[in-house]
Every structure is written in structure tokens, then in C-alpha cells.
Design a protein. Structure first.
Length: 403
């Protein structure tokens, strides 16, 4: 036993693992008759009824993705790389290390940016996929990458790449099942979030244009310029004024809200950067805050105007207007008239504006809760991978595994 390694564990070339685990080169984990290979080099133009080709971006959602289809004569020379259900795919060019498993029933091929691993029958392919995806393994993969303008994890390097392997198929599959359960939960959350986002976009399109009116409201919407509805002015602070644990929010030219120990406003406001990611960042606040000199603060809303409605309306419509009116310099930037002359369709009463804003804000809150849950679930999976894929936690008793 190496110094500093606890009893029952050993130091290996992939890190500390249980004494009854082994390390094995990827080339020795695949079927001898089906060596590791990459896919179709030139997929050509999309061909109706052609052969589906899995690209890097769809490696995790092969069953549901709208895959590129290539002509049969372009795909046929690469028949050797056609995957089947259970094969492991890993990206080896460009975006390195994305891992997926081919679903049962898939008929198609892979692109040259992917390598196909057909794992031996005595080894759990799902375990290999999770092991390749783990943080520690990904770090070692990146150490083996070559290239500058276009990164590559060569087939030769992949063949020699070592992985930690539990002694029994039972233990491998138990680890894979535990991690796959979390993957299924993440997949369900991703689909639910996508559905909720679609519903929110549809609701915004209907409610923020007057196409759909909420019950109990009537009257014509009016076209107003933003400059008629509120006061618009940039801040006076610089990035150097921020304080790590400051008392008040400090709005700068990014999504992230810094902190500061001063405040120049104590009110309801919309904050929008005047340069950088034009028309992409919209903050709302009610309270004390300070503002960067290149951030526009929209404040002092006229009576009968809901700031939250204006905020939501601008999130949906201001981006296109901003890009049409940006000032081209070292970075794209916006001037005050672009804000003042932005036209909005406004419901005739503040009650209707508030009702619309409440519905859409509630949808935002629900989405934020789902996204927070997804982040926590991802963190849980990372923690599980660190423990399970190194053998720190065993799901099968060592004696049983070696029996």
C-alpha cells in the first residue's frame, strides 16, 4: 500500500482505486472484431431519406434529434463505423469528450468527429460511458489532446487511454444504474424546462401584443414612446467602485449583479447595459442600488404605468430595435435616443398591465425554481460520480464482487 493511501485501496495511473479494481486500456475493453473507429469524413448536403448521421451536438439525444441525413454513396465506404444499440460514442475532434450511448434500434452512422466503442459483453457499456464522462477522466482526456486551431483526441491516444474498472459486471452495472437514474431525472427536468419556456414565449407573444386579452379588460391599447413613460439616464460609477461584499446591488454591463457600498437610487427601475451584449440583458429592481456609467437606468415611471410590464415588454421587443439602432464602434453601443424613441403598445390601464406582468412573472418564478432544481441535481450527479467511479463508495460488497 502506498503512503497516504487508506487500507483497501491502491495508487494507480488513474488515481486511487480499490485494491480489487483494475485499470484497462480502452482498446482492451472493446470487442476484438470491432475496433475503435471514427465515422463519415464528408457528410455532404442533406439528403431526404438519406442515412442519419450522429454529430457531436446530438450525441446525448440521438433518439429525439433531427439528424443530418447523408447520401448512401457517401456513407457506404464507412460501413465499419455504423453503430448499434449499446455502443458508446465519444467526441474526438473540436469539442472533445462529449459522451453518449446509441439507443436500441438506431440505424445510421456517425460523423468523423466521433469515435465508436463497442464494449465487450463481459463489461457494462453504460459504466464505461459514465467513466469517460467523469470529471477526473475528462481532465486526463484533455491532457492527451493535441492541436491548437482544432483540438483532437486521436484514435491512437484513445486506444491506450486507461480507465478504472470494477472487478465484476454486477458492480459496474450497479454504478451505471445509479448514475443513469440521475440522468433520467435530469433529462425529465430538461424537457419540462423546455416545455415551460415554450409556454412562456407563447404567453408573452399573446399577452404583450394584445392578441389575447385577460378577462375583465377592454379598451384600445396605445402606442407610446419609452421616453414618454419614464425617465432614462446612465449611471456614474465605474467597475473599480464595486465591493465584494457591498451593501447594495451594483448594476454593470453583464448578467451578474455586483455589490457596492453606495446607492444613487431608491426606487423601482429597469437596468439595461448600453454596450456589449446589446438588447440581451434586462434587470428589474425595487429598492436601493447603484449604476455603472454605461448602464441605462429607467426610473420615475409615469402614473398609470407598470414598471414590471415595461420590463417584460422590453425583454421581448427591445433587442431587435436595439440592433437596428446600435452605434458601431469598438463595441456595439446604444445612445439615449434609441431608448427614448422605442415604441411600445401599452394597455389602457395599469391594472391590466399589472395583471399581465403578474402572470408572466409567475411563469418566470416557476422556471427559475426548475432551473435551480436542475442545477442541484447536476451537482448531486457530479458528487455521485466522484464517489462511485473511484470506488470510494461501493454498491457491491468487495468480497461478493470477487467471489
Amino acid at each position: 500500500m502506498s503512503a497516504g493511501v487508506r487500507a483497501g485501496y491502491k495508487q494507480s495511473e488513474v488515481g486511487v482505486i480499490p485494491e480489487d479494481w483494475r485499470t484497462e486500456a480502452v482498446a482492451d475493453l472493446v470487442e476484438p472484431t470491432t475496433p475503435i473507429c471514427y465515422g463519415v469524413v464528408q457528410v455532404g448536403q442533406y439528403t431526404e431519406r438519406g442515412v442519419p448521421i450522429v454529430a457531436i451536438k446530438f450525441v446525448k439525444e440521438i433518439a429525439h434529434a433531427a439528424l443530418h441525413r447523408t447520401a448512401f454513396n457517401l456513407e457506404q465506404p464507412y460501413a465499419r463505423s455504423r453503430p448499434k444499440g449499446g455502443d458508446v460514442l465519444i467526441s474526438i475532434k473540436g469539442t472533445i469528450g462529449r459522451v453518449g450511448i446509441v439507443p436500441n434500434g438506431f440505424q445510421g452512422n456517425i460523423s468523423r468527429e466521433l469515435a465508436r466503442l463497442r464494449i465487450r459483453q463481459d463489461t457494462c457499456s453504460e459504466y464505461i460511458a459514465h467513466q469517460l464522462e467523469s470529471g477526473a477522466t475528462q481532465q486526463r482526456v484533455m491532457q492527451a489532446v493535441v492541436g491548437t486551431t482544432r483540438l483532437e483526441f486521436s484514435i491512437a491516444a484513445l486506444r491506450q487511454f486507461q480507465l478504472a474498472i470494477p472487478p465484476s459486471n454486477e458492480e459496474q452495472c450497479a454504478i451505471a444504474a445509479a448514475l443513469s437514474d440521475v440522468d433520467a431525472l435530469l433529462g425529465g427536468l430538461d424537457r419540462l424546462i423546455a416545455k415551460k419556456q415554450g409556454l412562456k414565449v407563447a404567453a408573452m407573444q399573446q399577452l404583450l401584443t394584445g392578441q389575447t386579452r385577460l378577462p375583465g379588460f377592454s379598451g384600445e391599447w396605445e402606442v407610446k414612446r419609452l421616453g414618454e413613460l419614464a425617465h432614462i439616464k446612465t449611471g456614474k460609477r465605474n467597475n473599480e467602485d464595486k465591493v465584494e461584499d457591498g451593501t447594495y446591488p451594483f448594476f454593470v454591463r453583464s448578467d451578474f449583479v455586483e455589490r457596492i457600498n453606495s446607492y444613487s437610487h431608491d426606487c423601482e427601475a429597469i437596468l439595461i447595459p448600453g454596450e456589449g451584449r446589446i438588447g440581451d440583458i434586462f434587470h428589474y429592481i425595487k429598492g436601493r442600488f447603484d449604476v455603472h456609467q454605461r448602464v441605462y437606468a429607467i426610473t420615475q415611471f409615469q402614473p398609470g404605468v407598470s414598471a414590471k410590464f415595461v420590463h417584460l415588454y422590453m425583454r421581448m421587443h427591445f433587442g431587435a430595435w436595439a440592433m437596428q439602432n446600435t452605434v458601431k464602434a469598438t463595441v456595439d453601443s446604444l445612445r439615449l435616443p434609441t431608448f427614448e424613441n422605442f415604441e411600445m403598445q401599452v394597455p389602457p390601464t395599469e391594472d391590466e398591465q399589472t395583471a399581465i406582468a403578474t402572470i408572466l412573472s409567475d411563469m418566470d418564478t416557476e422556471l427559475a425554481a426548475l432551473q435551480a432544481r436542475r442545477s442541484k441535481t447536476r451537482a448531486l450527479k457530479q458528487a455521485m460520480m466522484q464517489e462511485l467511479l473511484t470506488g470510494r463508495i461501493r454498491l457491491v460488497e468487495p468480497l461478493k464482487a470477487s467471489a
